[in-house]
Each structure stands twice: as C-alpha cells, then as structure tokens.
Design a protein around this ligand. Structure first.
Ligand SMILES: [Zn+2]
Length: 461
C-alpha cells in the first residue's frame, strides 16, 4: 500500500511537506516553513505526526524557504537520513538556511528583550548550528539521472524552470510500479536564465502547484514593462530604488537591464546591488550551466557576463551601503527584501521616499500587510524603523515578473502528459486559485482532488 499525507501547502502556499509511505519506507518531499499569518506560522512549532528518526529520506524540489526552511528543525528533532536535491539547490540552501536560522535567532532575542513570549526564555525555532547540521545531510543528483535512493524507490529530477536548481520530482516505486510526480513550483515559459519547465510523459499520481490557478500574468512582457518604467524614471534624473528578492528576481532584473542597455532602450546608468545575499547568489547562478537556457549558455560561451548591466556594482559591506545615501541620479539601487519587510532596502526607502525625484519600482508580488503593498496601494506615508516616512517619490508597479507560471502555463505543462494521471492533487495555492484550477482540470476529464491540511490519501496502483 502507498499513502501520501499532506503536511503543508494544502489549501495554502507555504509549508510544503508531503509524506510518502510505501513498503514501510518513508520519504518526505519538501520540508518547508509556513509563512504569512500567525495561525500558519504557529504550525512551524508543532511536532510532525511521525518520529523524525523513522523517516528514511527527504527530497527537495528547490531551495526556497517555504520548501526547505523546516529542515534544520527536522534534523534537530532526530532525522538522520539523507536529503536529496539538485547541486544548485544545495548551493542556494547553503545561503538560505543559515539566513533563516539567523532570522529565527533574532526573533527570539527580540521576544526576550520585549518580554512578550509565553516562554521564558524564548528559544529560536532553530539555530545557525542546526542549519549547518542540515546542510551536512545533503546529497546531490543531476537532472534526468534516475537514482535508487532507497531499496525499491528511485528518484529523478526534471527541470521546473522556477529558480536555479528547481526540479520536478519523479518517484518510482518498483514493487507496485507506481510513478508519483511532484511538480514543485513551476516557472514561466520563455523566462530568462533558466529553461522552460520540462514536460513529464506519465504519472499514476500527480501533485501540482496552483499558485496562479486563477490568474494570468497579462500580455505585456516583463522586460517591456521594465523598460518603460526605467525610461520614465531616468527622465526625472532621480535615484531608482527597487525592492527585489535576492535570489532569482535580482538576477533576472540584471539580465534584462543588460539586454535593454545593449538594445539602447534605456540609458546606461550605475546599478548598485545592495544585498549580501544577492552578491553571494549571483556567482552561484553563473556556476550552474545545467540550469541555464540556450541564450544564457550562448552568452557565457561568448565571454559575456549576462548577470550584470554595463555599470553594475555589488555592494557587500555596511559602510559601502551607507555611502549610497550620497548617491545622485540617474542611478539604481536594487536591494532586499523584495516586499520591503526588512533588510537594507528599508534604509534606502527611508532616504528616498520623501524625494519627489526618486522612483520606487515594484517588480514582484507584494503580499498583504507588507510595506511593499502599502506603497503599491498609494499610501502617503509609511512606517519604517518606528518613524512615519512621507511618500513623495513616484511609485511604479512593473508587471509581468513572476517565478510562477499562470494558469495557462500550468495547463501547458499539464498538456505534456500523454494520458491523464489516475489521481491529481492540487496543492500550493490559496482557495480561489485551487478551485479555479480544479475546475479547469476537471473539464479535461482528469480526476482531481484538493486535499486539506493533514489529509492522508491512498495512492492507486
Ligand atoms: Zn518557490
């Protein structure tokens, strides 16, 4: 008998964790943190409904924290097995897991200082040492190289086109001849740097992400939207401040800026990447040719560095970062976090928001409750470091940037199956997205189910 339990990302977009049990073997696919509202975050503290020591292996689809961030806790709780990922996922997790541990430790320190934890002293979910212990469990497997990870269970990674290293995971069970496909997060078609999501021909059971199951990204290409916004801001000669995720989005923006400068669609200007993590992630992006699409490969072969514009400066030290306050335009500062919830971007926003010549470019999804969303909604003042800061700068939303395919792209990927999977489970989506995608898939005559948190299902042979 083969069962699957949904321990996360069921009815929501974070906390990805799926437990596969077969012939008394237990494999956990993804081990993510819950993020967002408190009710979800509290789940990070709940014990898993199994003894972590009895788990045989963990398989990771990609490095994002909502897919890997609970791993240090799992190791701390007694998990002793291997963690399988692609080589790039391991390298990016090497940046993300210690950073996540640092945030957990900060949060605990803050709670102790303020005395607003029920626990005394408040402890972090995990520490930097736990993150290192988790990283020591990694074993890497390249794309399209089937490996028997446990007796009778083999794993194949296929490119998912979401971020560097992202993979669709195919688990094959020898005794029952079952093939279970986990889509992980699926990227967009024709996006820069990484290749398109690769089709999979068949599956007995399919778990598919549904983030944009009810939305499309529109017809305007991200690069055209970026060109218009940069042109507009450059004309006013001010400083452009861009909150951007350090991994993925920053590299994509640099790639597009280079292309736009080459095509003389935007003026050449100084671009400062002010994020230690983006500085570390960019060489990792260059170091994994197995994750590059044809254009990226061709450029690297010609000796062109695709991940920087003409005058890109990577800013690592705090002193250099502070010196950017003296910057005059036209120039651009790209900094994290992507939704302006923390990080160095806050200093730049504080400095530039009151200046009518400055521009804030929003290049990604801005979740409810974040400063990014407040700016997007046109608030006249926002709170930064306890101070109200007036918003006089122009705020422009650049559409089209997303690491997730929209519903048309999700269905395009699903079209790769030669026959409908016997069972399709929709995960990693909010309720409206899940319902919309369920309708579209059911229309094709595929049996489809939206599982709830902690539901266990039996997988048919
Ligand atoms: Zn992701």
């Amino acid at each position: 008998m083969t069962t699957l339990q949904f321990l996360g990302a069921a009815g929501t977009v974070t906390g990805s964790k799926y437990l596969l049990e077969h012939d008394r073997r237990r494999v956990l696919v993804d081990c993510g943190l819950f993020q967002g509202i408190k009710e979800l975050r509290l789940r990070n503290w709940e014990p898993l409904p199994l003894d972590p020591g009895s788990l045989d292996a963990v398989v990771l689809t990609h490095a994002h924290i909502d897919h890997t961030g609970a791993l240090p806790r799992l190791v701390k709780a007694g998990f002793k097995g291997p963690v399988f990922s692609t080589p790039a996922t391991r390298d990016l997790a090497g940046l993300l897991l210690p950073d996540s541990a640092h945030l957990q430790e900060e949060e605990a320190r803050y709670a102790n200082k303020g005395g607003f934890s029920k626990h005394s002293p408040a402890l972090p979910l995990y520490t930097a040492d736990d993150a290192q212990a988790a990283l020591h469990r990694f074993q890497t497997i390249g794309y399209r190289q089937p490996r028997e990870i446990l007796p009778g269970i083999s794993l194949t990674f296929v490119r998912a086109g979401h971020i560097l290293g992202s993979a669709i995971c195919i688990l094959e069970l020898a005794t029952s001849r079952q093939r279970i496909v986990f889509s992980g997060d699926l990227g967009r078609y024709d996006a820069p740097i990484v290749p398109d999501p690769e089709p999979v021909e068949y599956a007995n059971a399919l778990l598919m992400e549904s983030t944009y199951g009810d939305r499309t990204h529109g017809e305007l290409k991200a690069i055209d939207s970026l060109a218009a916004a940069v042109e507009d801001s450059a004309r006013r000669k001010g400083v452009i401040v861009m909150p951007a995720f350090a991994i993925g989005r920053t590299q994509e923006i640099l790639y597009d800026l280079r292309e736009l400068e080459e095509a003389k669609r935007i003026p050449v200007m100084d671009v400062f990447v002010d994020s230690p993590m983006a500085c570390d992630a960019t060489p990792i992006y260059l170091a994994h040719p197995e994750d590059h699409d044809l254009d990226m490969t061709a450029m690297l072969k010609k000796g062109i560095s695709p991940l920087k514009s003409r005058h890109t400066h990577f800013v690592n030290s705090v002193e250099e970062s502070k010196r950017l306050n003296e910057l005059t335009g036209p120039a651009m500062i790209i900094s994290a976090s992507g939704m302006a919830t923390g990080g160095r971007i806050l200093h730049h926003l504080k400095h530039h928001l009151p200046d009518p010549n400055s521009t804030v470019l929003l290049v990604g999804y801005q979740a409810e409750g974040t400063r990014g969303r407040r700016l997007l909604e046109g608030e006249k003042a926002i709170r930064i470091h306890g101070e109200m800061v007036e918003v006089k700068a122009k705020v422009i939303t650049v559409s089209g940037f997303s690491a997730h395919g929209d519903w048309r792209e999700l269905l395009r990927w699903a079209d790769g199956f030669r026959a409908p999977p016997k069972q399709t489970f929709l995960v990693h989506g909010e309720a409206p997205a899940l319902e919309a995608l369920k309708g579209r898939i059911a229309q094709r005559g595929w049996p489809v189910h939206v599982p709830v948190h902690l539901e266990t299902v039996q997988l048919d042979g």
